[in-house]
Design a protein around this ligand. Structure first.
Ligand code: 3HC
Ligand code: NAI
Length: 648
């Protein structure tokens, strides 16, 4: 089957591109477009051409799988120019998404119309590159510099109505897109044709504009957004051809960068996360009604996420007061969504009044397909809850625990049929954090595991299967990371230097700052529990601080001092005194050395986790770190990063 087919509708040619799954621009598509343009130019009977795509979307961009290979002719910028210079005007008929090279092709067309649900954008920065086929050069000429900067440096697609307002497209249509495109072309031909985008003039901006935009673009932490901005700035002060040459050189340069390789690896890993090989051919158990037991921090977050995704939800708490608190927690989350324009007041009211029900009686769970437990981290309390679930829930209902550290097997033994049991480890705040560790026990049925993965997909989460060990994947690595950071402090490296090094690497916070935010007491209490159970666990440096009342920001001091109402950490004399006798070395380390050492430690723990079969692959470790622990995605995750370091 050719990727491009041509049909006729009177004097119009309809070119249909069909390159599943997302009509990415491969070498074959580029060649096909050049050949088809020449063929249709030569046909006297053709007045105009409609470019439309089969399947779920318009062209989603250049084929990312070709990025690791040398570029092959015809290059995309030339294809876009060929379309623009065609004798017959082309109309891009967009449904789904026109992204990156897809939108660049649409800009080469004389007109762009879009289905009302379509999106257009230049998401290249998310792959560590900039647009490479005129995105930074044609967009400011088509829709102005502001729109170009928003699209190319932010990387977020715009919905068709917004794109229309900004002049990125000519018309939004409802109904049959092909028919609408032909009707549009027929009308358009009655007027003089608009100037091709490359020949339009643009209005430059002053230095203050670029300065302010540089500050915004730098916040992303990696090079591509700044490079995209610079390419647009260059395009405002140079000719079209000069700007194209500059854009192409930057594009090719970034395409071969470590950041781009890392972001590509994450891109593909994220896309395969919800469909792992071990679930091939397994039909997930159906979920439509979900119960959550416990409406505290995690339960209310999980409930909000499930409600937003369209599930009916039953919230269970131990008494009316706790139930009211749980409902209020959920409502607060929705209020935030309304404030940010992500939810309407009506939408919120519908979820709170129609989709959510709340009870203290477990009988309310009798018709749930899945119940997620998020009560106190106490084995006796959890086993008691699961015994109740066992007697109140339908026999085929899935029962899940959100435990962080308890052994799911001990919880599962409270259930008569463990084939319906598994761990669903959400991260806080559960309505926002993308990671979901899915922890089956040996008895968990295939369709139960598959249901957990499909739940993750519906919630927009990144699921990773984890085996059973203390802390599963993420918290186990976190523990090792913190221990190693403390080891550096004992060796004489300054706490603030370690945090600064990890920020320099790309984390939002270093290990000590992050612990001050979350509270040092959580890990302390866990260790105290183990000590009470007879384990011989020496005091960590964090334990010394907690024993001195320094639990973090909430206690106005932890690893750092804080001034009331201000989250800025200040190096603490008190901490220096408290830890003085534990610091035995006088090691000096540069920022890069500290970061390499600590990321290397994460990778070493990740390797052990994979070798023990707790994680399926290094890629899963990377997804856990990126989506649960703030690892900078443009470094690809600890496993990707360490592998590249040892290869270089
Ligand atoms: N190249 C190659 N494969 C791609 C691709 C691309 N640009 N975009 C998506 N795919 C693949 C995915 O890997 C996945 O493959 P799989 O089924 O084998 O796992 C499949 O298409 C479906 O992808 P999704 O699961 O993401 O499908 P959705 O329907 O949820 O989303 C989409 C569709 C919105 C188009 C989304 O895939 C997307 O955002 N894609 C990336 C778009 C992008 O970044 N474009 C810019 C590319 S760079 C470029 O164009 C440079 C140019 O300026 C020169
Ligand atoms: P929390 O203390 O905020 O909430 C627990 C809730 O459970 C309380 O509202 C309590 O009233 C309710 N509850 C207790 N016993 C109950 C019972 N028998 N029936 C019904 N409700 C009951 O605790 P949090 O932080 O939400 O933690 C819950 C679980 O999630 C724990 O297992 C914890 O380890 C895990 N977890 C916590 C994370 C966090 O960052 N807080 C992250 C990931 C998992």
């Amino acid at each position: 089957m050719p990727v491009l087919t041509v049909s006729r509708e009177g004097e119009f040619a309809i070119v249909t591109l069909d390159n599943p799954p997302v009509n990415a621009v491969s070498e074959e598509v580029r060649k096909g477009l050049v050949e088809t343009t020449a063929q249709l130019d030569a046909e006297d009977s053709v007045e105009a051409v409609v470019l439309i795509c089969a399947g779920r979307t318009f062209i989603a961009g250049a084929d990312v799988r070709e990025f690791g290979k040398p570029p092959v002719e015809p290059h995309l910028p030339d294809v876009v120019m060929t379309l623009e210079q065609a004798c017959k005007p082309w109309v891009a008929a967009i449904h789904g998404s026109a992204l990156g090279g897809g939108f660049e092709i649409a800009m080469g067309c004389r007109f762009r119309i879009a289905d009302e649900k379509a999106k257009v954008g230049l998401p290249e920065v998310n792959l560590g590159i900039i647009p490479g086929a005129s995105g930074t050069v044609r967009t400011p000429r088509l829709a102005g510099v502001d729109a170009a900067v928003e699209l190319a440096t932010g990387g977020k697609p715009l919905a068709a109505p917004r794109a229309l307002e900004k002049g990125l497209i000519d018309k939004v249509v409802a109904g049959d897109l092909g028919r609408e495109a032909v009707a549009f072309a027929r009308d358009a031909l009655k007027q003089p044709l608009p100037t091709p985008v490359s020949q339009r003039t643009l209005v430059p901006k002053d230095d203050a504009f670029w300065q302010a935009e540089r500050v915004k673009a730098a916040k992303a932490g990696h090079s591509a957004p700044l490079a995209a901005l610079e390419a647009i700035r260059f395009a405002t002060t140079h000719s079209f051809d000069e700007a194209m040459a500059h854009e192409r050189a930057t594009f090719l340069d970034l395409r071969g960068s470590e950041e781009a390789a890392a972001l590509r690896s994450v891109f593909f890993a994220e896309r395969s996360a919800t469909r792992p090989d071990f679930l091939k051919g397994i039909e997930p158990r159906k979920l439509s009604r979900i119960g959550v037991v416990g409406g505290g921090t995690m339960g209310s977050g999980i409930a909000s996420a499930c409600l937003t995704a369209g599930y009916d939800l039953v919230l269970i708490e131990q008494n009316d007061e706790a139930l009211a608190r749980g409902r209020a927690n959920i409502e607060k989350t929705f209020d935030g969504a309304v404030k940010r324009g992500k939810m309407s007041e009506d939408g919120k009211a519908r979820l709170m009044e129609e989709s959510l029900s709340a009870a203290t009686d477990y009988a309310a769970l009798s018709d749930c397909d899945l119940v997620i437990e998020a009560v106190f981290e106490d084995i006796a309390v959890k086993r008691d809850v699961f015994a109740k679930l066992d007697s109140h829930c339908r026999a085929d209902a899935i029962l899940a625990t959100n435990t962080s550290y308890l052994d799911p097997r001990e919880i599962a033994s409270a259930v008569s049929d463990a084939s319906r049991f598994l761990g669903l480890h959400f991260f806080s705040p559960a309505n926002i954090m993308k990671l979901l560790e899915i922890v089956p026990v040996s008895e968990t049925a295939g369709d139960v595991l598959a249901a957990a993965f499909s739940l993750a997909a519906k919630l927009g989460k990144i699921p990773v299967r984890a085996g059973i060990c203390e802390g599963f994947i993420g918290n186990r690595i976190l523990k090792r990371y913190r221990a190693e950071a403390e080891a550096l402090v004992r060796d004489g490296v300054a706490i603030a230097d370690i945090d600064a090094a990890m920020r320099g690497f790309g984390f939002k916070m270093g290990p000590f700052e992050a612990q001050d935010l979350g509270g040092l007491d959580i890990a302390f209490l866990q260790r105290e529990g183990d000590r009470k159970a007879g384990k011989d666990i020496p005091d960590t440096l964090g334990d010394i601080l907690v024993r001195a009342g320094r639990k973090g920001q909430k206690a106005s001091g932890g690893w750092y001092d804080y001034v009331a109402g201000d989250r800025t950490p200040h190096v603490s004399e008190t901490v220096a005194d408290l830890l003085g006798s534990s610091v035995t070395g006088s090691r000096t380390m540069g920022a890069d050395e500290i970061a390499s050492h600590l990321v290397g430690t994460m990778a070493a723990e990740g390797k052990a986790i994979v070798e023990e079969g707790i994680a399926e692959s290094g890629t899963d470790i990377d997804l856990v770190e990126i989506h649960g622990y703030g690892f900078p995605r443009w470094k690809g995750g600890p496993m990707f990063w360490s592998e590249r370091q040892s290869a270089s």
